[in-house]
Structure formats: structure tokens, C-alpha cells
Design a protein around this ligand. Structure first.
Ligand code: N01
Length: 549
């Protein structure tokens, strides 16, 4: 039987994929500017990652007063955060508040997956196919998929998972109803941000928790605390200054940068600086000195400090030793926790080092490593995502001459973008926080706002100047990609295996797809490019003349 929706075609100025921070703001700006815009969202509600990641203990690792939109003073002042690092339900409530306040839902289609987006050169339009067979066409295609998305969760291909008699869940696609852990034997695989947030909370409820750790982490105390009404009022009174500082900082959160090298200080001075940063909590430690990510010796001073803290917190020295990381501090995404290391002092928690004794298979009863079988009722995969390119490459996106993004990027081996916003061969397509933009190395909502505003200004410019298509130039994107790699190679980031480098996904080509030049300089650069009539892009007016920039 043919699906009646298959022949139905709707045309919009812009189609946006995803209704998280990116999609919501993109819809708002384009609609305000008078563009017909439609957002497609796989979930049954807004929120993106915050809609899906409902695992126990999920919370933000940027300070809440900076983890929001600052394009509207009114909106900022109408919302009050409860604490420094709020839990997932509160962030989801915030995004629902934004959607309601800006009346966004009427242009969002929920429970809808975009399966493909193909560019038709004969009419300069994108044809977008939805999971139910509906076809949509649009002049502009904007991906607001996030760098880590539910469509790119990583569940390692362990033998026997299908035979497991208990239940299993991935942290990034957690059930919406409460998972009852009482009296259960729970196993958590993975000790990245998700694992480290959920482990202390699961340990409090489960009968027994077994943590399967492959790489120990430099987790820092979040230093979470409730906000007072007076504090929140002060942030509202200082809205303009807060918004300015967010946009003008290197990572979207003001007040963190140091201008000193760790090696300028004596060991005693460093100890004091690190103690103060540890006490302050959050990301302070990462920014205690300005060379922790570029100088191995400097980095080692911070790494040693954290290892000594782990030794102090964890009572059993053999467990403490297993929990001490050896890679360069902060070269994997920094993790912030509440009572993570303390959790290993509990009697109902076992740490299994799967680097030494790898997982061999999932059995009907639990997990078997090379040394032992662990019986479990529930397995939690806190095993991360196919980040950066994964969310984009899961959709069949084809540009000119039918070439897919997958082919163009050689399945991830040759990712080229211009500024992380566009890629040659894919006219009128824009990526919010795409590969090779500053994206995840900071407070992401700020990176999102900078991109969304740039894209919206750009689409307005195209309309005002009667430009039909806009496409990144091959040379501009090759130079940009080279610049991104050179920057990455001048740091310690590329010396560590992580999801930043693609090393977490077996067979995924390596590459560091994040621009390391900082949010504020990047934002200035893309604004200058716009002012300069979008140099690095080819703009083709309606009449067919070509402006090469
Ligand atoms: O994923 P991860 P995540 N066998 O990739 C292990 C954001 N986030 O979901 O390090 C055994 O960091 C893997 O081990 P290893 C944040 O940006 C934000 O925790 O590869 N273990 C690692 O320990 C974060 O960085 C918030 O050796 C395996 C873990 O699984 C990003 O999401 C909250 C394995 C995966 O860690 C991803 O974090 C949560 C295997 N086969 C997340 N495969 C906020 O607060 C993987 N692992 C905003």
C-alpha cells in the first residue's frame, strides 16, 4: 500500500533538523525575519540531548547562569535557576519555557525523523524525506543536531548482548519512566561524564553496583550548591555584563582564564593555586594556569595534584590506584562530579578494571571479563557517542551531483568544512556547531547562539541581495581544515584517545574536529567574514552571475 503522505510536498524557506538549543533559536530568528521555517524533531518534545539524557544524576557541567540564551534580556530575567549545576529535568523545563514563551511549538513537528536531504541543482532546493515518507522541500537546510546526539549513541558491539536476560539502557537514550534500581545488581560500563554523574546516584539506590572502567578520569568536584534569591537577582541586574562576558570569553563562561604558566610558580605556590581551584569546583582547575593544555610538564603538575586528591579520598589504596588517570589532564572532556571518588568507599560498589581484564562477552546473566563473570540485573551503557560527524553522517545528506556527505568526507577520514558552518558541494546548507567550529570546547549554548545569529544574518543578507545560492569554496575550506589541525597539533589534545579524536569508535578515522582558537576570536572572525561579503564563499545571484569571494 502506498503511504498517502508520500506524495504530499510542502515547501519552506528553511528546514531545521532538531529542536534543542540550536533548533529553537534558529526557528525564532528565521521566523521573526519572515522566513517560513519548519523544525523536525525525533523526540516527542523540545530539548535535544536534554530530552533524551534522563539517566539518574544527569546534570549540566557549565554554570547554569551562563547555560542559557542571552539574546533576550526579558527571557533571561523571567527564568531563575535553582543551583549552580542543575539537574536534567530543570534544564528541560527551561527549554520548554523558551519554546512556550516564544510560541515555537506550532512550527515544530515532533516524533519525526529526517531520513535524507538531497540537493536538487535544477531548482536550487533541498528535498527532505521524513521517516513516514513525507517529502518537504526548502531553500535552506540547517542542521541543529548537536555534536552528540541520540541518533549517534555508541553501544559497543559486545558479543551476546541480545541474550542478556536483564535490562540494558544507554545513558543518552534513557527511558522516560523511572527505572527502578532498588534491590538490583547494576553494572555501569564507562566512566566519562555520563558514567561519573550516574555512578554515585545509582550506588545509593541499587543493591550492588559494579563499575567497568577502561580509562580512569580526572574528575573534579562540581562544587554544586543552591543559588540564593539575592544571587539570582544580582545576575538579572547584571544581565548585560554577563551576556557581554559570555560572548567575549574564550569558552563562553567568564572569569576562568589565567595568564600565568604553571612552571612560573614554585611547587608550594602551585599547591595553593590548585587547592583554591579544587575548592572552587567546576572547571576552575582546568584554567588555573595558561599552559596546562600545551606543555606536558605543566600539565603533569595538575595531573599529580588530582591523583593525590584521589589518593586522599579513596580509602582502599589499591582501588585508589586503579582510579588514578595517567593521560594528560583535561585532554579528554573534563568531568565534574558530586561524590564520585567517595562512592568507591561504599560497601555496595565494586570497581573492575577492564583495561587489564577486558570484557569478553555479555552473558545471559551478566558481563564476563577475561577474569570473571559478574551477575547483573541491569547494564547501563555510559559508553558515549559517535561525536561531531556521527549525528550528520547518520542522515543521508547529498549535495551537488548526488554526492553524499559521507562520500565527500570519505566516511569521516577527510572532513573539510569552512568554519564548521558550511561545506563545499552543499549549497545553502548550514551546520550549527558543525565539525571544525569551537562547539564543544566550552559552554555550548554560547557557541550555538553565535552560529545561529551568523546563519540568520547570512540568510537575511542572501534575501536582501537576491542571492540564489551560497557555497563554501574548496580552497577556503581546505585552508580552514589545515588551520584547525595545526592548532590542535600544537596542543596536548591530540596525544590522547578520546571522542574528540574519534578514537572511541572502532574503525572511525582519527581527526580533531574542533576549532581550538576560542569562542570570542572565532566569533569575531566569522563576523568579519560576513562583513567582507562572506569571503571564502561563492554567492550566485538569481540572474546567474557568480561572485567569487
Ligand atoms: O561518553 P564518553 P559520555 N568497553 O565518550 C567507555 C557530554 N556530556 O557519555 O575512555 C569499555 O566521554 C570509555 O572508555 P575510554 C560531554 O561533553 C555532558 O560519558 O574510551 N568501556 C569512557 O569511559 C561528554 O564528554 C554532560 O577508555 C568503554 C566511556 O565509556 C560527552 O557528553 C553530561 C567501551 C564513554 O565516555 C560524552 O560523555 C554527560 C568499551 N567497549 C555527557 N566503549 C553535561 O554535563 C566506551 N567505553 C553537559
Amino acid at each position: 500500500m502506498t503511504n498517502p503522505k508520500q506524495n504530499q510536498i510542502n515547501t519552506y524557506d528553511a528546514v531545521v533538523i532538531g529542536a534543542g538549543f540550536s533548533g529553537l533559536y534558529m526557528l525564532h530568528l528565521l521566523r521573526e525575519a519572515g522566513f517560513t521555517t519548519r523544525v523536525y524533531e525525533k523526540g516527542n518534545g523540545v530539548g535535544g540531548a536534554w530530552y533524551w539524557s534522563r539517566y539518574p544524576g544527569a546534570r549540566c557541567d557549565s554554570e547554569s547562569i551562563y547555560y542559557n540564551f542571552v539574546f533576550s534580556e526579558e527571557l533571561y530575567k523571567e527564568w531563575s535557576w535553582s543551583s549552580r549545576y542543575p539537574e536534567q529535568p530543570e534544564i528541560l523545563r527551561y527549554l520548554n519555557f523558551v519554546a512556550d514563551r516564544l510560541d515555537l511549538r506550532r512550527d515544530i513537528q515532533f516524533n519525526t525523523e529526517v531520513r535524507s536531504a538531497h540537493y536538487d541543482e535544477s531548482i536550487n532546493k533541498w528535498h527532505i524525506q521524513l521517516h513516514d515518507g513525507t517529502s518537504i522541500s526548502a531553500k535552506y537546510l540547517i542542521t541543529g543536531l548537536g555534536c552528540l546526539s541520540v541518533n549517534a549513541t555508541n553501544v559497543p558491539n559486545f558479543k551476546g548482548l541480545d541474550q542478556f536476560e536483564g535490562k540494558w539502557y544507554h545513558t543518552g537514550a534513557w527511558p522516560h519512566e523511572k527505572v527502578d534500581l532498588r534491590g538490583k545488581r547494576v553494572g555501569v560500563i564507562g566512566t566519562g561524564s555520563s558514567g561519573i554523574q550516574t555512578i554515585p546516584v545509582i550506588a545509593q539506590e541499587a543493591a550492588h553496583l559494579t563499575v567497568f572502567q577502561r580509562t580512569p578520569q580526572y574528575s573534579l568536584p562540581a562544587g554544586n550548591h543552591p543559588y540564593t534569591t539575592e544571587f539570582i537577582q544580582r545576575t538579572k541586574d547584571n544581565f548585560k555584563e554577563i551576556a557581554r562576558q559570555m560572548h567575549e570569553s574564550m569558552g563562553g563562561q567568564p572569569g576562568l582564564a589565567s595568564d600565568r604558566s604553571a612552571l612560573e610558580d614554585t611547587p608550594e605556590q602551585r599547591q595553593k593555586v590548585y587547592e583554591a581551584a579544587w575548592e572552587k569546583g567546576g572547571a576552575a582547575m582546568m584554567f588555573a594556569y595558561n599552559d596546562l593544555l600545551t606543555n606536558e610538564e605543566a600539565n603533569e603538575t595538575a595531573a599529580n595534584f588530582i591523583r593525590s586528591k584521589i589518593g586522599e579520598i579513596v580509602k582502599d589504596p589499591s582501588i585508589a590506584e586503579k582510579l588514578m588517570p595517567t593521560y594528560h589532564f583535561a585532554t579528554k572532556r573534563i568531568v565534574m562530579d558530586t561524590n564520585y571518588f567517595e562512592t568507591y568507599n561504599r560497601e555496595n560498589v565494586t570497581l573492575v578494571d577492564v583495561k587489564n581484564a577486558p570484557i569478553v562477552e555479555i552473558t545471559p546473566k551478566g558481563i564476563r571479563t577475561t577474569e570473571e563473570e559478574y551477575e547483573l540485573d541491569i547494564i547501563v551503557f555510559a559508553t558515549g557517542y559517535d561525536g561531531m560527524t556521527g549525528p550528520l553522517l547518520k542522515i543521508d545528506i547529498r549535495g551537488k551531483e548526488g554526492v553524499s556527505l559521507k562520500e565527500k568526507w570519505d566516511n569521516g577520514a577527510q572532513v573539510n568544512t569552512y568554519l564548521g558552518l558550511a561545506t563545499s558541494g552543499f549549497p545553502n546548507m548550514f551546520m550549527v556547531t558543525g565539525p571544525e567550529s569551537p562547539s564543544v570546547l566550552g559552554n555550548v549554548p554560547v557557541a550555538i547562539q553565535q552560529h545561529v545569529e551568523w546563519i540568520s544574518d547570512c540568510i537575511n543578507y542572501l534575501r536582501e541581495n537576491e542571492i540564489e545560492t551560497m557555497e563554501a569554496n574548496v580552497e577556503a575550506e581546505q585552508n580552514w581544515s589545515k588551520h584547525c589541525s595545526e592548532l590542535a597539533d600544537s596542543t596536548l589534545y591530540t596525544k590522547t584517545d578520546s571522542w574528540y579524536t574519534g578514537a572511541n569508535i572502532p574503525g572511525k578515522p582519527r581527526g580533531f574536529l574542533i576549532y581550538l582558537g576560542g569562542y570570542a576570536p572565532y566569533n569575531q572572525m566569522i563576523k568579519d567574514i560576513a562583513k567582507n561579503n562572506y569571503n571564502g564563499f561563492t554567492l550566485t545571484p538569481h540572474k546567474g552571475e557568480i561572485y567569487l569571494n
